[in-house]
Design a protein around this ligand. Structure first.
Ligand SMILES: NC(=O)c1ccc[n+]([C@@H]2O[C@H](COP(=O)([O-])OP(=O)(O)OC[C@H]3O[C@@H](n4cnc5c(N)ncnc54)[C@H](OP(=O)(O)O)[C@@H]3O)[C@@H](O)[C@H]2O)c1
Length: 333
């Protein structure tokens, strides 16, 4: 492995710019290549981030022998094809959330990584931010006793402008909707705390473009634990998560990008921790990838592939309950 871990960026859109900002601040990382479906867009991104190799298609990026690991940042339907393209070219992959659109895609992607013995991880960045590490410590230490209930909501108000209505979030052709875009953070949090649910109940409002604009999900677990989740793309909600246990609770304001959390143990003073990001929060998932690669690991213990699959299966069940299917996505390659 090279001295610095050498990154390629695939799909230089909105989130790729933020991730590149984070990577530029990590001494052990170097962005060496970017791939776009259009060379001018690759050039613009490369110029902005001082990247030497720019490619006008994704296959060239995947074949670039300078690259150790590719960050896949296309819209959801194309994660699987782009990630497999890179794995088959011998690259490690950090794949944006949601891991894939459905179970079939997730199983194929995981099978490819395992057959090829290449590293693969879902970019569920909120798992790696320092406040969430502290929350896991509190849970492991039994600070709130047995965690039994959880609530989490994530809703953003996206204007119903003609431009947005034609964009990724509202388009069935790009697997738009609240669940896959931001509801996945609530499902992933519940998975981190309770594991795989055994009971799933949900409701959604499907808007005029044919995607879920708001949704509520109840997850039940064998031990009697319950998670109460909601998400929306047409209104801002509180973005709060609370984990309730037999001895207290954990409150995580702005949980998807948390920089503080409060431990509230019965009969004790609340303990609030505040841990600001070093850059913008996306650096911690990159550091996890780098550490895994340095340790020759094929997956992360914090965001393992079987758990990414379980999260996708839960969301498949939810969408089946709504009768929400997407049209064929076509090929991105
Ligand atoms: N972690 C986070 O906080 C976070 C935040 C936002 C989004 N995301 C995830 O990151 C992924 C990308 O989101 P984004 O908001 O960055 O998306 P975006 O800007 O709309 O698209 C990203 C890039 O994908 C490429 N692309 C390939 N096929 C495309 C198609 N059919 N339509 C549009 N673009 C296509 C485009 O690059 P070229 O054509 O130049 O190759 C585009 O710039 C999504 O899966 C999303 O869930 C994560």
């Amino acid at each position: 492995m090279s001295e610095k871990i050498k990154w390629g960026i695939l799909g230089p859109g909105g989130i790729a710019h933020k991730f590149a900002d984070a990577l530029k601040a990590i001494p052990d990382a170097e962005i060496v290549a970017v791939g776009s479906r259009n060379l001018q867009r690759a050039d613009a991104f490369a110029n902005a981030f001082d990247i030497p190799h720019r490619h006008g298609n994704y296959a060239e990026l995947a074949a670039n022998s300078e690259v150790d690991v590719v960050y896949v940042a296309t819209p959801h339907p194309f994660h699987k094809a782009c990630a497999i393209l890179c794995l088959e070219a011998g690259k490690s992959v950090l794949c944006e959330k949601p891991f894939t659109v459905d179970t079939e895609q997730a199983e194929a992607l995981i099978a490819c990584a395992r057959e090829r013995r290449e590293f693969l991880m879902e970019a569920m960045w909120t798992r790696f931010i320092p406040v969430m590490v502290k929350v896991r410590e509190w849970l492991a230490d039994g600070a709130i006793g047995e965690p039994c209930m959880l609530t989490a909501d994530f809703g953003n108000r996206v204007e119903l402008s003609p431009e947005n209505l034609g964009g990724r979030l509202f388009s069935p052709k790009l697997a738009g909707g609240a669940l896959l875009d931001i509801g996945v953070y609530t499902v992933s949090l519940a998975s981190m705390v309770f594991g795989t649910p055994t009971d799933i109940t949900s409701l959604a409002h499907i808007g005029k473009t044919g995607v879920d604009e708001r949704a509520a999900i109840l997850l039940g677990y064998d031990a009697g634990h319950i998670a109460n989740l909601s998400c929306a793309i047409t209104m801002r909600t509180s973005h709060e998560a609370r984990i309730f246990g037999t001895k207290g609770a954990i409150h995580i304001p702005n949980f998807s990008r948390a920089t503080s959390a409060t431990l509230e143990v019965i009969d004790k003073e609340p303990l609030r921790v505040e841990i600001p990001f070093t850059v913008n929060g996306y650096e911690y998932q990159a550091i996890e990838v780098i550490n895994c690669l340095r340790d020759s690991k094929l997956e992360s213990d914090i965001m393992p592939l079987d758990e990414s699959l379980s999260i996708i299966k839960t969301m498949d069940t939810v969408r089946t309950q709504w009768g929400l299917e997407y049209p064929p996505f076509g090929s991105v390659l």
